[in-house]
Design a protein around this ligand. Sequence first.
Ligand code: HEM
Length: 444
Amino acid sequence: MPDSSSIIGPEIGAARGNEDIMSAVERGRFNTRGVVAGPDQVDMNKVNLLHPELWRSQKCFEYFQWLRDNSPIHYTEDSPEGPFWSITRFDDIVAVDKDHERFSSDSKYGGITVVDLNEGFKLPMFIAMDRPEHTKYRKAVQPVLDSESLKNFEHLIRKRTIETLDSLPIHEPFDWVDKVSVELTTMMLATLFDFPQEERRKLSRWSDVATGKYNKEICPGGEAQWQAELTECLMKFMTLWQERGNRDEPGHDLLSALAHNAATKNMTPQELLGNLILLIVGGNDSTRNTMTGSVYAWNKYPKEFEKVKADRSLVPNMAAEAIRWQTSLAYMRRTAVEDVEMHGKTIRKGDKVLMWYVSGNRDERAIERPNDFWIGRPNVRRHLSFGFGIHRCVGNRLAEMQMRILWEEILNRFNFIEVLEEPERMPNSFVRGYKSLNVILHPL
Ligand code: HEM
C-alpha cells in the first residue's frame, strides 16, 4: 500500500499550539495538487483528514463514508495538529454533542477547533466556554435572535435583499460570492448590531482578520496588524456600546441586549471584543457559504428547484435542505475531561474529539438518500449543521430566515441562475466555503 502522505501531498506542516486554523490551512495551500487518492488506496490510520486537498477536491466525502462504515470512532495518532478522534456517524455525534459534562468546549482545554486557542492575546467567547459561564452570555443574546424578535428585522433584511438583487448585472457573468453572499451577510450583521450601514464592510474585514492572524493574504503585518485592527474594532464598538447603554429604552439590536443585561453589562473590554467577534464570525462565513451553496445546488439538482418554483410554500424546506447539504462548518471539537468508552474504544481524558457534522449529515443510517439535495425530505430540519446540545447555533432561526427571504426574492426575479464553471472552493477543513462562484442571471 502506498504511503498516504505521498498520494495526497505532504501534510499541512508543523502548525501546532499557537497557530489558528486558517493559518494551518493556508500554509498547506501550496502543497502538491493533483489526483487525490481514495480511502482504499491509503492507510487510513495515517491519513491526514485535515489536508486541504481533501477539502478542495471534495474527496473528503469518500473518506467519511469509509470511516462511518469501517471505523466510526477513529483515532488519528499523528497529524500536524497532534492526535485526535473523529466521530463520523449521526447518532454518535448527537451523543457527544449532548454530553457536555464529559466533552468540554472550554478554551482552557483548547476550544472548539483542532488547533488549540491562542495562549497569548485571549478573546473570551461563549462558544468556547462551559456551563455556568456559557449560560449567562447565551441568555443575553438569545432573545434578540429568537423567531419572535426576528420579525423586527425581517422588513429591513428583505429591503436590503431586494436592493442587492436589483443592482446585479443581467446577462453578464459576475461572482455571486462577492456581489451577493458577502454583501447580504454583511448588511445583515450591520442590521443586527445597528451598526452604520455605510461602514458595513468593516465587519467582514474584522471577521476575516479575527480568523486570519497567520494568513499572509489577510494580515501581511502578522500579529501586530492583527492586534491593531482588532483594537480598532473594539474602539468602534466601545463607542456604540456606551451610546446604547446610556439609552433608557434599549433597542432591538445585539449590542443593546448585551449592554442592558445585568449579567453582561459589566463585561471587560476583552470579553466584549471576544463575544462580538464570535457573533460577527458566526453570522458571517456560515450563512455566506450556504447562500452560495444553494445556487450551486440549483444547477446540480434543477428538477428539485422546479418543485419550489411551482410551490413557493416549499421555500423554507429548500432553505433547511441547503443548510444540511452545504454543512458550512465541517466539524466542532470537544476535549474529553474524563475517559469515555465508545464502540469498544477508550477516548482518554485530555484527548481532542472532532464531531464531523459534514459526515453525520451524509450518514445513511440516519438520513434517507443523504447525498441528494431533496426538497421534500421528511424531517428536513433534522440535521447537524447547527450542532446539538447547549451550544446549538443561537443564530439558526436567523440563518433560516435570511435564506428564506433571499430565495423568495430570487424566485420573484429569476428563471435560473446559471453557474458557469465549477466553484473555487476554500481549502479548509473547518469552514466549508467558496472563494468564488461565477454565474449569469436569466430573468423571468
Ligand atoms: C454556534 C453553525 C449562522 C451565531 C454554532 C454552532 C454551529 C453553527 C455548528 C455550534 C457550535 C458548537 O457546537 O460548539 C451555523 C451555520 C449557520 C450559522 C451552519 C448558517 C447557515 C449563525 C448566525 C449567527 C450565528 C446567522 C448570528 C449571529 C452563532 C453563535 C454560536 C453559534 C453566537 C455559539 C452558540 C453557543 O456557544 O451557545 N453555529 N451558524 N450563527 N452560532 Fe451559528
